[in-house]
Write a protein that binds this ligand. Sequence first.
Ligand code: GAR
Length: 199
Amino acid sequence: MYLPRIAILISGTGSNMEVILKACITGELPAEVSFVGSDNINAKGLDTASALGAQTRVFFYKRDGRKAAEEAISMAVRETETDWIILAGFMKVLSPEFVRKFPDKIINIHPAMLPSFPGAHGIRDAWEAKADHTGVTVHIVDEEVDHGRILAQERVDILPEDTLETLEERIHRVEHRIYKETLIKHFLENPISIEDREE
Ligand code: GAR
């Protein structure tokens, strides 16, 4: 059995990435971060990742177009012998062609109870819809957006005293716990074998 190697893709703050990377460093999450990648060269999370000693990569969607950027991600994944692609606030939609190259190997976190409130503004959409609850979902990525087999889901009530900011804070707190816990369990249940490495 191998220590799984994970690439974490981000677009901005990278707070989920930071929790996962730190858990890998301490050994709480038995995995090794092969690189932290971003479509945004100015993502704050890239500095956080470098400061913690992780390799970082930037994928130039605007300059090169989605096809070339995704090819660069695939190459980086292969080169670094990455086993799992972990999306942590990566705001580009991955093409079906890309997803098909890594079946069941891409995992995403979404700040809502999917299938409710998919998209780029899950928290705000639930808030504006005046829903009485929302939540967090960790799922395998399939060819549809914010869709695929659910690995974990946790409800977060929207309280009368909430503001959008306090709701965001509570959701992020749940995300930081549930993503790490779910990955620990998922990697344990789906160990990387010698055949995976030789593919
Ligand atoms: C997180 O809330 C994550 O669930 C969300 O972006 C945020 C990134 O925060 N992802 C999506 O909305 C995907 N559809 P972070 O950069 O601080 O981890």
